[in-house]
Design a protein around this ligand. Sequence first.
Ligand code: FE2
Ligand code: FE2
Length: 162
Amino acid sequence: MKLSEKLLKALVAQVNMEFASGYLYRSMSHDMKNLALNGYAKWLDKQYEEERTHALKLIGYIEDRDGVVDFTDIAGVKKHYSNPLDVAKDSLAHEEAVSASIRSIFKLAREEGDLETEVFLQWYLTEQVEEEVNARDNVAGFEKAKDCDGLLYMFDAHLADR
Ligand SMILES: [Fe+2]
Ligand SMILES: [Fe+2]
């Protein structure tokens, strides 16, 4: 069964959002490397890879449903970060926006009675719970470390284990 036009449009927009997420995380990693926070930079690089897989999984699904993906412009990243707490806070806000987007596509699939897309999107709903937990943990860690270089060093080293 072919995807409805509305659902196809929403899924294609989500592909773009996942690539844009990757772009954002890679820019954050770059800024953290420049602050010698190599653990967090590595963590963010892994996240960049994850976002790529999120986008590719969506593209594969759209292809399986006989849809055409438009590879539209990916939004640029307009800012640089001078501390990791800002990165963690922006990551959390970003993931909350992604969760909202996935939820709205899921609701659309339900409205349209597209059972397969509901099932497909369940993975993304679950993944977003994990993404928000990770982002919240990072906010909490960098919040505690913000006035203590020793703690910052330790937390950064801990993130390298991801
Ligand atoms: Fe994602
Ligand atoms: Fe994840």
